[in-house]
Design a protein around this ligand. Structure first.
Ligand code: ADP
Length: 218
């Protein structure tokens, strides 16, 4: 049975960092909507052009665009055993669409939803120090420095700061999370798949807590 993990948590909670570890250990393809949008923006595709006006301003890209993009991605060969979803769903409509597409196309359900919970004040600091490479590997200038400054440890690509990782845009993104995405807790909780993890702990302790939740669910 395919395994679908939905990683929830506010921007800066460490979803990308944890996703790298989860996908490696459980052999699941990491599907990050943020990375998919950034890739499309870099390549200047039609989808990228549509998404850019939202992502640059910290706003959610419209549901129809996002849902269609994820559905296409989940149908690819590398997702045949499931996927680790990071950044999707972010609205109730997306969550309903995900349930529907899993059921219809794959006869499956969301397996587990680890939700990384972090104090709001810590998030802005985390995000403003964040650096990443074009393949989505994430570092931090203080808490997760690369071996060579400005270069990705994993793939050797240069590190950069995301266009939306500035204080102003971060506030808009946190608002979108608090007003819309945090409601997903109430969507998943009654289904018995939600597992809240304390994201204020060290990166390794957060990983351990998430692995424990996944092991219990699969
Ligand atoms: P974050 O660090 O905020 O979790 P992401 O890399 O996941 O960042 O997403 C960056 C931006 O991409 C979001 O601010 C939003 O504009 C857009 N985005 C990503 N996922 C979605 C989604 N599921 N629905 C709508 N917009 C999304």
């Amino acid at each position: 049975m395919a395994v679908y993990i939905v990683l929830l948590g506010p921007p800066g909670a460490g979803k990308g960092t944890q996703a790298e570890k989860i996908s490696e250990v459980y052999h699941l393809t990491h599907v990050s909507t943020g990375d998919l949008f950034r890739e499309n923006i870099r390549e200047n595709t039609e989808l990228g052009k549509k998404a850019r006006e939202y992502t640059d301003n910290g706003l959610l890209v419209p549901d129809e665009v996002t849902i269609a993009m994820v559905e296409d991605r989940l149908k690819k060969e590398d997702c045949k055993n499931g996927a680790l979803l990071d950044g999707f769903p972010r609205t109730i409509k997306q969550a309903e669409a995900l349930d529907e597409m899993l059921e219809k196309s794959f006869g499956a359900k969301v397996t587990i939803v680890p939700c990384i919970d972090v104090d709001q004040d810590a998030l802005v600091a985390r995000i403003s120090g964040r650096r990443m490479c074009k393949n989505g590997h994430v570092f931090h200038v203080v808490t997760k420095q690369p071996k060579v400054e400005g270069v990705c440890d994993v793939c050797g690509e240069p590190l950069y700061q995301r266009a939306d990782d500035n204080e102003e845009t971060v506030k808009t993104r946190l608002n979108a999370y608090n007003e819309t995405t945090s409601k997903l807790v109430d969507y998943y909780s009654p289904k018995g798949v939600l597992k809240t993890v304390d994201g204020n702990m060290s990166i390794t302790d957060v990983t351990k807590a998430i692995f424990a939740a996944i092991d219990e669910a699969i």
